[in-house]
Design a binder for this molecule. Structure first.
Ligand code: ZN
Length: 429
């Protein structure tokens, strides 16, 4: 069969299966799979995913991270989470064996619903070609697109040469990443992975890293009745915050590293997420606090280590305010998420971009993702190179998150075509 004819069949199948595709995402949104750190509630949703994968004709493996015996000894494992009743699921479609294998890897957990939602976050709503719901964009829509792509190929009677796998893992939000690691340690490797995180169709061969630290300043409390020297840690923390704002602005004027971030126009966030000082339970406070902590989220580019990032912050702070501004204590609130990247000549990068261009008629953006995710578990800790590329939409991690539906159908088509190109197909259809 000629490619163009096959492409038409794929396109037509997707056009006639829009409703099942919408239903699939909607069903996933209806399951509350919020990550509650340290527990989570992904089970019901992943059981549903497992049933869908079985209905699609795939062999499945369902296991919790705790079932993966060697996981806790792995250097990238981050302890402290409770994985009871939180299964990963993977569906496997065996190819004839002569092609390259492809793994679609999604996470099924969502962040906590923001207070400002105008609708119930777990009741999907379609409006003006957008599907609203918690996780619609990050990343139940992308997961559904990968499942629909495989369903399309199978229903068209296409036989693949390489294996295709679809996994849905637990605990990615809040720097989890142990769910994705569990899949690798359990032995699910492929010649390439696509992570359908929300990139608005950008092909992202790199991801940013980030650290969430609690930075604690210690002072000397009291009221100085007898001339005691009072050191107010709140004042030190205030200086630190002023420094952080300048640090963020200064970094924004510099180009990121080549090749994936040199044209990065978005700011690398340096964000204060919480500040606390003084006794919050006291009726009122009449002396300076002994301690003040500032929680900060700081992003970085691939290749920057946790120690380098911390040193840059401390050096910058001291060069502005001197050593007398104090030596705050840095404590990890979540694991450090390293940035990661794959080689520029990895063939799936161009192939995905070409399929995106063929399906949408637009030029593909190829650049580093403007966020951190668990792609680093593939690109730093496994033999599977991973590219992040997923749906169009907005408001991930915020109120009124949505996914664009026309782009969703296109994404299914892009994934189906990319899978054929990467894995190869048998001639007889
Ligand atoms: Zn995500």
């Amino acid at each position: 069969m000629e490619r163009s004819e096959l492409e038409t069949r794929i396109h037509n199948w997707i056009q006639t299966n829009k409703q099942p595709a919408i239903d699939l995402v909607s069903d996933l949104i209806r399951y509350d799979s919020v990550n509650h750190v340290v527990t989570g509630g992904e089970k019901a949703c992943n059981v549903h995913v497992a049933n869908v994968l079985i209905d699609t004709g795939l062999l499945i493996d369902m296991y919790t991270p705790d079932d993966v015996k060697e996981l806790r000894e792995h250097p990238a494992y981050f302890p402290g989470k409770d994985y009871s009743g939180r299964p990963n699921v993977i569906g496997i479609w065996k190819g004839s064996g002569e092609g390259k294998s492809l793994l679609f890897s999604s996470h099924i957990d969502t962040t906590v619903a923001a207070k400002e939602w105008q609708i119930d976050p777990w009741t999907p709503l379609m409006k003006e070609n957008k599907l609203y719901g918690l996780g619609s964009f990050d990343m139940k829509g992308g997961l559904a697109a990968s499942i629909m792509a495989v369903r399309c190929l199978r229903e068209l009677g296409i036989r693949m040469k390489g294996d295709i796998m679809i996994e849905s893992v637990v605990d990615e939000e809040f720097g989890g990443a142990n769910g994705a690691l569990a899949g690798r340690v359990r032995g699910y490797h492929a010649d390439a992975a696509i992570i359908p995180e929300p990139t608005n169709f950008a092909v992202c061969p790199a991801t940013r890293g980030g650290a969430l630290w609690r930075v604690t300043f210690t002072g000397k409390s009291g009221m100085s009745f007898s001339g005691e020297k009072i050191v107010n840690p709140g004042n030190l923390a205030a200086k630190f915050i002023v420094f952080l704002e300048e640090y963020e602005a200064a970094r924004a004027t510099q180009p990121g590293p080549s090749p994936w971030y040199e044209d990065d126009s978005s700011v690398l966030p340096v964000m204060v997420t919480r500040i606390e000082a003084g006794d919050m339970n006291a009726v009122l406070c009449d002396s300076g606090p002994a301690e003040c902590y500032v929680d900060i989220w700081v992003e970085c580019y691939p290749g920057v280590s946790e120690e380098q990032l911390k040193k840059e912050l401390l050096d910058g702070f001291h060069s502005k305010y001197g050593l007398e501004a104090g030596e705050p204590l840095f404590e990890k609130v979540i694991r450090f998420l390293p940035g990661a990247e794959i080689p520029p000549d990895f063939p799936l990068i161009r192939q995905l971009a070409q399929e995106m261009e063929a399906v949408t008629g637009r030029t593909a953006a190829i650049h580093g993702a403007p966020f951190a995710c668990d792609a680093f578990m593939f690109n730093l800790y496994s033999s599977t190179p991973a590219i992040v590329m997923g749906p169009v939409g907005a408001n991930a991690h915020g109120a009124d998150e949505y996914m664009d539906l026309d782009a969703f159908y296109d994404l299914i088509e892009i994934y189906a075509r990319a899978a054929i190109r990467w894995c190869g197909m048998e001639d007889t259809v």
